[in-house]
Design a protein around this ligand. Sequence first.
Ligand code: NAP
Length: 488
Amino acid sequence: MTMTPQGLPVAAMLINGRLVPALSGETSISINPADGIPLAAIPYGDDRDAKLAVDAAAAAFPAWASLSAAVRAKYLHRVADILEHRRDEVALVVTNEEGKPLREAQGELQLSVDSLRWFAEEARRAYGSWIPDPVPGRRLLTQRMPVGVCGAIIPWNVPCAMIFRKAAPALAAGCTMVLKPAEATSLVALKVAELFVEAALPDGVINFVTGKASAIGNVLLTDPRVRKISFTGSTEVGRLLMRGAADQIKRTSMELGGNAPVILFEDCNLDAAMAAVAALKFLNAGQACIGANRIYVQSSIYDEVARRLTEHAGRMKVGYGAEPGVVMGPLVDMNAVEKVEELVANAIQKGAKLRVGGSRMQGEAYEKGSFYAPTVLTEVPQTARMHDEEIFGPVAALYRFETEDEVVELANNVPYGLSAYLFTENMDRAIRVAERLETGMVGINETRLGAAEAPFGGVKMSGIGREGGREGLEEYLETKLMAIRVRG
Ligand code: NAP
């Protein structure tokens, strides 16, 4: 591997089967958010690099699309084998660059492998159909065709699995791809790119371009050979990309921001509910699109829930994610810390009560990292900004409610609709409430939603389309109708 004069490894983009620097020769520096130490130099690509990547993906498409699904599956299983073999190495890069504890990074790796294997097999079942035809002498047939060259843009908070949630169904379906990772976690993506090279996929089937987001995004939006944009990230950028995609009527899949309500009814199993809610809230230091943003607690159990959550947050071990016993790492960068500080200050100013945390982590071990303490706020008013915005940090915000109707209305009263969770031992209530919640996913006495087999995605301003499951493959397929004249 090449090194900078300062001894920093230089990572490479993957374009047309080759690991390359940016044409400009420029680089940015990837850093570890736990200690601020530089990890690697990352190519800072722009529109010219993106254009080469689209050229490569477009050139590779016809041959890749015409392979049988079974042959494409073999390639994907080969990538999965390599990823499984290098699991610890890649998980450590995820922890070092994104900050999440190693155990969470390992979970991400498992979801990556599962996605590769599941979509490899599912694409073999992309059946068309014969349609009973009302017209004599004609037959109607549908066939599932790959969409074409796809542009994928992903965020930093799930930097490895997000690659495979998009690339596995796309490649399995016969599409080719140009992928742009988030700047903050480009090293993870370029590590993954090396695995694709090792798996010897045909040149150009998948390309990784790092660097200037707007320039790379613009090529993906304006080049007519790119037929689909698959984006995961903020609603703000998603909206921008949808507008751009409209010019050429490109297909889009949008996995956008969430603002999940968690509802604790007084008849829940409190021990089980508290364990699940605490795990969800502090997952990835609160930086999860499906994270617990608004925790609604029925009045009669409110004080007990607040006490238990406060106690839990107070004893969490926070630090560098690869250190034994650490259950929560740093936020992705200091901008994220400042945003959380703002939201907490705003809530307190509006009347919320601080129970624990509420500041950056103190002490020498935290000085160079972007750490924020696990925090619990009670009596948060609905006028607080954190009620309407994604907190994206380790802050549990507790709201009080009295009745089922009231809490359903409160839960639905935001423009987002990704996930929601409810805890109750009354199954009638569980079904009733789950059906009324305006979200793409609902956890009932359960907060773990993801699986390669399951459709993941939101409604309202949380997005369009699904990732995972049979629906995840559909995102990369078109239906072609053939009308056939049959003589005699
Ligand atoms: P973001 O700011 O929207 O960035 C996401 C990606 O878009 C990054 O790769 C970013 O590149 C790129 N980007 C930014 N501006 C662009 C432009 N003008 N043209 C093309 N690309 C552009 O989001 P984030 O802060 O990374 O991620 C957090 C958000 O993602 C949260 O809102 C979270 O809820 C959401 N998310 C949703 C899901 C889901 O499945 N619904 C899953 C995970 C995360 P740079 O990094 O280079 O700026």
